[in-house]
Design a protein around this ligand. Structure first.
Ligand SMILES: Cc1cc2nc3c(=O)[nH]c(=O)nc-3n(C[C@H](O)[C@H](O)[C@H](O)COP(=O)(O)OP(=O)(O)OC[C@H]3O[C@@H](n4cnc5c(N)ncnc54)[C@H](O)[C@@H]3O)c2cc1C
Length: 624
């Protein structure tokens, strides 16, 4: 046997101290930019007012250093144990009583405790009234980004918990009505903290919630209803409360009427939003719920995802009748942002591990970290990750800006519009990039990356859910079209911002300029301006088109193009406002090289659509 021993990739005890992008981004935002001069002329150089701060970076640094240590040590260890001992469904007790107990391992419970204590939900709420104020969401999501990568996806219930708290804030009177629940959702004290579920997906389909939901609500008293239906995916069933959608049965209906309604009858009734306890608070028995089974999944192994039958579950109507979809949307804004942050967290983790491994592993007599093809692969991964990081953090911080608005109502309006469009873009783009990027990272670690006990396969498995749940890639892309149709101003605001960044003055810091850098900057600016023109032209084509097929077939191309353009603008902004102009400009320029043309939408006219239909369905066409 060889005397050689492998040195495994390691996190060196802290994922925050090693993360220069996160540190630079937060430092940058801790300063208040004095941009008064920029309003006079876009080419004048704004300056950082050294005395004014948005928040004290050093205080935040201390918090993140502690969390960075936890995320590099305790969390991955707990995650490994929790995945090794996945949740169990105990349907009956020894005496034939239906109990539907869900047993989770203590490691999972520990992860939930750490999640509450670390403030990955609570800080978004409690920090609003601290020095972080409108940056509370940025801080919260920075913490989530550190926390998520190897935590057995305990962030799934936490995402829904945050979404539920946000939903409660946006529905008038809901917080005061269920104050204890709200305080439990945002609590950092594990003794009080509770989690929430979002029970939307049913057997007929999760993408088409409006059309496919079969659950019916039968009126009892006031806002009290009983729910009858089947929820096909519910993570995590160990939560205490849930928000769900159902159709209110016509007045005078009986349970039998409800059970015998056809889907055609149901579809005519718009959805309403309900709040429910999973277990009756008084008895701790399941609230009119039968757990059919826990799902057997590719990844997210420790997460108890159940199939549930609702047979008279008590629930409270919390939206105006028939306004369920509109009222649940703030919850989805939050959970989709979580999805995007978690995608970037996992990308960062694999890059961290690959970089470390590249300093240790040798091939052909050299460290991997200097082998040109390996360097090229890792550089592309890094640029892709950086782009995703900027997209996600921009979305995250703007949620905070809408919650603690500046004095200007115009700024608030713009941030609301940006959040509306950035949420589907960030969810879609990062979810789609994460899987191949992490797969590439696994490959960079060679055969050992494929070994289960290296911990790396779990990152890939768990990443695969990111483009699926919370709405698939195509569903997000169609959502972008919906925003374009209903709120065209949102896309205009985004494009105006790109335009401003493309024509903005030079770096805020003293930076050397040289012909190469100037050429790069020029090329980035030109790419942005050209891409804006192309996007406008395509949007005009969509407007003129009478074919919804043309518009829908281009949805993905359009949404990815818009994402790429915005990402490049954000990378340029970072280069201007960060202290490493040359390095950051190179990153932005690499992004251009990797993604040219940024705007790339296939034009699917009628004849092309017919060809695609043949190519897509092949020998199965006759079955359509
Ligand atoms: C591990 C896990 C946990 C989950 N937990 C929860 C949970 O807690 N709560 C919850 O509510 N849901 C949950 N889900 C469900 C998840 O949100 C749905 O699976 C997802 O939204 C997709 O819905 P679907 O499975 O019905 O797929 P479908 O809607 O059947 O979609 C199948 C395919 O069709 C495509 N498609 C659908 N409509 C269109 C269209 N108009 N144009 C083009 N393409 C289209 C989709 O992109 C997809 O590729 C969970 C899922 C997983 C995997």
């Amino acid at each position: 046997m060889s005397s050689f021993t492998h040195t495994p990739p390691s996190l060196d005890g802290n994922v925050f101290t090693a993360d220069s992008l996160l540190q630079a981004y937060l430092k940058r935002h801790s300063h208040k930019l004095d941009c008064t001069s920029a309003t006079q002329s876009p080419l004048q150089q704004p300056s950082i007012a050294t005395t004014t701060k948005n928040f004290d970076y050093r205080q935040l640094e201390n918090e993140l250093r502690n969390l960075g240590h936890l995320a590099a040590t305790t969390l991955p260890n707990l995650a490994t144990i929790a995945e090794k001992y996945p949740p169990q469904h105990i349907a009956y007790d020894a005496w034939q009583n239906r109990v539907d107990e869900i047993e989770t391992h203590p490691a999972w419970k520990e992860l939930l405790r750490h999640a509450a204590e670390s403030g990955i939900v609570g800080d978004g709420y409690h920090y609003r009234s601290t020095q972080y104020s409108r940056y509370a969401r940025l801080v919260q999501f920075a913490k989530l980004y550190l926390f998520d990568a190897q935590c057995a996806v305990v962030t799934c219930p936490m995402a829904m918990t945050d979404g539920a708290a946000k939903l409660m804030e946006t529905q008038e009177g809901l917080v005061s009505r269920f104050r204890e629940v709200y305080e439990g959702l945002i609590s950092k004290n594990p003794k009080i903290a509770i989690t929430a579920g979002q029970h939307m997906t049913e057997t007929r389909g999760g993408s088409d919630v409006s059309g496919a939901t079969e659950t019916v609500a039968l009126h009892e008293n006031n806002d009290d209803y009983k729910l009858y239906g089947f929820k096909w995916f519910t993570s995590a069933i160990d939560a205490q409360v849930a928000f769900t959608l159902a159709r209110i049965a016509p007045k005078g209906s009986t349970v039998d009427d409800v059970l015998n309604m056809t889907q055609e009858q149901k579809k005519k009734i718009p959805l309403s939003l309900f709040f429910m306890y999973i277990r009756e608070p008084e008895t701790n028995k399941l609230n009119g719920i039968t757990v059919y089974r826990l799902k057997n999944k590719l990844g997210t192994k420790a997460l108890p995802t159940a199939e549930l039958k609702l047979h008279g579950a008590s629930a409270t109507l919390v939206s105006p009748v028939g306004r369920g979809i509109a009222c649940i949307s703030p919850m989805l804004t939050v959970t989709r942002t979580w999805n995007a942050v978690c995608a970037v967290s996992k990308m960062r983790r694999i890059i961290h591990l690959v970089r470390d491994y590249s300093t240790k592993r040798e091939a052909f007599g050299k460290k991997l970290g200097v082998l040109p093809a390996h360097v090229q692969t890792l550089a592309r991964m890094s640029v892709e990750y950086e782009g995703c990081f900027h997209l996600v953090m921009d979305c995250a911080k703007r949620i905070g800006f809408t919650e603690v608005p500046d004095s200007s109502s115009e700024e608030l309006r713009q941030n609301q519009e940006l959040v509306r469009i950035l949420t589907p873009l960030a969810k879609m783009y990062t979810g789609k990039v994460a899987v191949p990027l992490i797969s590439e990272g696994l490959e960079c670690i060679g055969g050992q990356g494929y070994m289960e006990d290296s911990g790396i396969p779990a990152i890939l498995r768990d990443a695969q859910v990111l483009p699926v749940w919370e709405g698939t890639t195509n569903v997000q892309a169609l959502d972008v079209l919906r925003v374009l149709k209903k709120h065209p101003q949102a896309i205009m605001t985004l494009m105006n911002r790109v335009q401003r960044l493309a024509t903005k003055g030079h770096s805020l810091h003293q930076t050397p300029t040289c012909p190469t850098l100037d050429d790069m900057l020029k090329s980035i600016r030109e790419t942005l301006l050209k891409s804006l023109k192309e996007l406008s032209q395509y949007m005009e084509q969509m407007k003129q088109s009478r074919s919804s097929d043309f518009v829908e077939a281009g949805a993905r191309g359009f949404a990815f193009s818009l994402s790429r353009v915005y990402i490049l603008a954000l990378m340029l902004e970072h280069a201007f406002e960060n202290t490493e102009y040359e390095r950051d400009l190179h990153a932005a320029h690499s992004f251009v090289r990797m993604h040219t043309p940024l705007v790339n939408v296939e034009q699917v006219d009628e004849s092309r659509r017919k060809v695609d239909q043949i190519l897509a369905m092949g020998e199965f066409r006759s079955k359509l």
